[in-house]
Design a protein around this ligand. Structure first.
Ligand code: GUN
Length: 284
């Protein structure tokens, strides 16, 4: 029987745990953890994500403030807001929703967020700490995947983790985390991308296959070793609705465990953001 890795139900458990920790922290300190989210422009998917983040904060007893800026906002205007939030002691986490409009240089903005409030873990100082195995924050999607593997009792030590996709948000940090000498890691890691030669031969080596390439149903059953664990990060809007990067129906017949889309990795990403905001409020 294939295990369906239920991110929705795991998220509920984790959010309950976070809510209890928040209540304890507020009772002890009188401080309510607060996430500031900045949304520039009208991207419909980003609007949904930001709304979900606000709702999730409220449900665990945290505050959130949303700054909606027009699509024509300049880098300077956005930098001014980030600087203001960096110095606002009532704000513990800052999240600039990506993607940003083309006139804004993403790197300049992400680099300007105080590393102590960088709950996305996108700042180069935080990325460096992850690579060195002493993270301040872990990036929300890879963190959620690692926590899911841990909570489902999926062994990673000595396993071959193959990651499909080399993004700064998922693929690269996921690889950096899984290769660490630590619990929930200790894996042998391969990161594949669009230039990888003979991709199916590489993905078939995976004990754990993590897919984040943004191409609907790209991973077929032939690309998966029987018994592998398959984690699908993709969320693609198609005419048939939301689908992942993995051909779920076919691959579930081969895999020992697999995440669905929706209801797999997605809910965990916001959950880990809540955990990071609480951590930021605690002062790391
Ligand atoms: N856009 C898509 N994913 C993310 C994320 O994890 N963080 C932010 N800030 N924007 C995103």
């Amino acid at each position: 029987m294939t295990t369906i890795l239920d991110g929705k139900s795991l998220s509920q458990t984790l959010r309950q745990e976070i809510a209890e920790e928040v209540a304890f922290f507020v009772a002890q300190t009188g401080i309510t953890p607060c996430l500031a989210a900045i949304l520039v422009g009208e991207d419909p998917a980003s609007q949904v994500y930001v709304r979900n983040k606000e709702r999730a904060c409220a449900n665990v007893g945290m505050k959130s403030v949303l700054f909606r800026l027009p699509a024509e906002t300049t880098s300077e205007e956005l930098l001014t807001l980030v600087e203001k939030l960096n110095h606002d002691a009532t704000v513990h986490g800052i999240l600039v929703q990506l993607p940003l409009p083309p006139q804004i240089d993403e790197k300049t903005i992400l680099d300007a967020i105080s590393p102590d409030k960088d709950v996305d873990a996108f700042h180069p100082a935080n990325v460096g700490l992850i690579l060195q195995g002493r993270p301040r924050f872990l990036p929300c999607t890879p963190f959620g995947i690692q926590e899911m593997l841990r909570r489902y009792g999926i062994e990673t030590a000595g396993k071959h983790v193959v990651i499909l996709g080399r993004s700064d948000i998922v693929g690269k940090p996921m690889g950096a985390m899984m290769v660490q000498r630590s619990q929930g890691a200790d894996a042998t890691v391969t990161i594949c991308h669009s230039k990888t030669a003979n991709l199916p031969a590489v993905t078939r080596l995976a004990d754990i296959l993590i897919v984040a390439i943004g191409r609907p149903r790209f991973v077929t059953a032939e690309m998966v070793k029987p018994g592998a664990v398959v984690v699908d990060v993709g969320i693609n809007r198609t005419e048939e609705g939301l689908v992942g990067d993995v051909d779920f129906e076919a691959v579930k017949e081969v895999a020992s465990a697999i995440t669905p889309v929706p209801g797999g990795v997605g809910p965990l990403t916001i959950t880990m953001l809540l955990g990071n905001t609480l951590k930021a409020a605690r002062g790391i």
